[in-house]
Design a protein around this ligand. Structure first.
Ligand SMILES: NC(=O)c1ccc[n+]([C@@H]2O[C@H](COP(=O)([O-])OP(=O)(O)OC[C@H]3O[C@@H](n4cnc5c(N)ncnc54)[C@H](O)[C@@H]3O)[C@@H](O)[C@H]2O)c1
Length: 250
């Protein structure tokens, strides 16, 4: 998928990995729509990038559906859509000190990370189905965000890991569903990248985990995710796969 002059929608595009990717895509000539619940951040980044900020809660179908319609109206239908919106409620499934993981936060995490991503794919793909095809008949690219935790989750991340494994699991069947329309589907599973979300995880825990990264032994830079998003867009042979980007931290 070319980047110059196409519309790219990013849920969770206001902060962290989504914001860094929006920057890379905008620098490469795409028009960006940032679909996020944090309008303060989204509006200031959209202004900087010449894009649009649209308020939404990805876990609420009506809200996401409205946001997709508004984004299409503002910058045209998406050729690229990336589902970054996600949360990580670090908590053991049960412990003597805290009891069981509360069902409300379990449900919310699944609603945002799983349903928000699947519903995003459904609504974005719908807008791509009848677009004019480009080279090889390509119409669009969907990129979802899982996590290394999907395959190798640390303590306290059972719900998060389950949600991210679900996203990784949907990648191949979704690519198969959408292949007849020339729409590719890829998933990125990041290791540790320094973002506001990563800062919420216990520092003692993350310091120890970073020291175990084989190479390079450091936090990932959110821009490195943006560069991977760009590469996935450009390279049409990438389809139906989850890429771990983590310095070999398995
Ligand atoms: N940072 C990491 O190391 C890391 C590692 C693996 C996976 N991830 C995943 O990458 C994605 C982005 O994480 P990040 O580190 O950039 O986090 P972040 O908190 O910096 O950004 C997340 C963005 O999503 C938005 N968001 C959250 N819930 C939303 C909702 N219901 N509706 C709309 N917007 C919502 C937030 O407002 C925020 O702008 C997440 O899915 C996360 O699970 C991050």
């Amino acid at each position: 998928m070319k980047l110059e002059g196409v519309a790219a929608f990013l849920t969770g595009g206001a902060s962290g990995l989504g914001a860094a990717s929006a920057r890379v895509l905008a620098e490469s000539g795409a028009s960006v729509a940032l679909l996020d619940r944090n309008m303060t951040l989204a509006e200031s980044l959209a202004k900087e990038l010449g894009g649009v900020a649209i308020e939404c809660d990805v876990a609420d179908h009506d809200s996401l559906s409205r946001a997709v319609a508004q984004a299409c109206e503002a910058i045209g239908p998406p050729r690229i859509a990336v589902n970054f919106a996600g949360i990580d409620v670090s908590r053991k499934i049960a412990s003597r000190s805290q009891g069981p993981h509360p069902i409300e936060s379990m449900q919310r995490e699944i609603d945002i990370n799983v349903i928000g991503t699947l519903d995003g794919c459904a609504l974005f793909a719908e807008r791509m189905l009848d677009l004019e095809p480009f080279e090889d008949g390509e119409r669009g690219v969907l990129i979802n965000i899982a996590s290394g935790a999907a395959f190798n989750g640390p303590p306290g991340q059972s719900v998060y890991a389950a949600s991210k494994r679900a996203v990784a699991g949907a990648t191949l069947p979704m690519a198969r569903d959408l292949a007849p329309y020339g729409i590719r589907v890829m998933t990125i599973a990041p290791g540790f990248f320094r973002t506001p979300l990563a800062e919420t995880v216990d520092k003692k825990h993350t310091d120890k985990l970073i020291s175990m990264v084989p190479f390079p032994k450091r936090w990932g830079d959110p821009r490195e995710i943006g560069e991977l998003v760009k590469h996935i867009c450009l390279n049409r042979m990438l389809n139906g796969e989850t890429i771990q980007i983590d310095g070999a931290m398995r």
